[in-house]
Design a protein around this ligand. Structure first.
Ligand SMILES: C[S@@+](CC[C@H](N)C(=O)[O-])C[C@H]1O[C@@H](n2cnc3c(N)ncnc32)[C@H](O)[C@@H]1O
Length: 203
């Protein structure tokens, strides 16, 4: 098991993010229409897709970590096995021919290397009619929520933290949207202005 798998698999991380009451998941759920195909990239242990099952016809959860995919598959009720599929794969190598309605990237971009981050966003926008991103506001607000997030990231492995800092310093999401002239369909900042939610598409 690589360091990443160990990190995402530990209970410390899960206790913060993988939570049914997560207000980020709830907000994104509200933004979904009736989706034919939804793809959740970096699905972790699958909660968001499971929560959204009633709004989708077909859902794919893609995740690098085999451990997290096994956890997701264990949680998948029999009744959803025909429409939700959890796959252990690198999104950048994933082949998909059918058009995706919505692709979600929830707390994924800040932690990946800058070069891969661009590739992931380009591919997401090429494959899907719209992409919903939830990640940190940049810079993080100077309030308890912002300080808490910064501290939580400080405790992550060195390269994870380096990627987070790059994401912060470059105001990465806003810059990417501007540089690529993307259309912002919905935008909201929640949790004391510390999380940024965006629904975007190519023009
Ligand atoms: C911070 S976790 C977030 C998990 C989940 N989206 C959530 O809401 O809690 C980011 C996840 O993205 C996954 N990930 C990063 N790059 C990926 C890629 N290229 N393909 C698939 N999964 C990826 C990591 O393995 C990790 O589990």
């Amino acid at each position: 098991m690589g360091y990443k798998e160990k990190w995402y698999h530990n209970s410390y991380f899960r206790s913060f993010c993988f939570n049914w009451n997560n207000p980020v998941y709830k907000k994104i759920y509200d933004w979904l229409g009736s989706e034919n195909i939804l793809v959740d990239v970096g699905c972790g242990s699958g909660e968001f897709l499971l929560l959204s099952a009633d709004k989708i016809n077909l859902g794919y959860g893609l995740e690098l970590s085999n451990q997290l995919i096994l956890q997701s598959q264990r949680k998948l009720p029999q009744t959803l096995k025909e429409k939700i599929f959890f796959l252990q794969t690198d999104f950048l190598n994933w082949q998909q021919k059918a058009e995706i309605d919505t692709l979600t990237l929830i707390f994924v971009l800040h932690e990946i290397e800058p070069k891969l981050r661009i590739q992931v966003m380009h591919k997401a926008l090429d494959l899907a009619k719209s992409v919903i991103v939830a990640d940190y506001v940049t810079p993080q607000p100077f309030n308890p929520a912002g300080m808490f997030n910064y501290l939580a990231e400080l405790l992550t492995p060195k390269d994870h933290f380096r990627n987070f800092r790059h994401f912060q310093h470059q105001h990465w999401l806003n810059s990417y949207i501007k540089e690529n002239n993307l259309q912002v369909m919905k935008e909201e900042k929640i949790l004391s202005g510390s999380y940024h939610l965006l629904k975007i598409s190519q023009r």
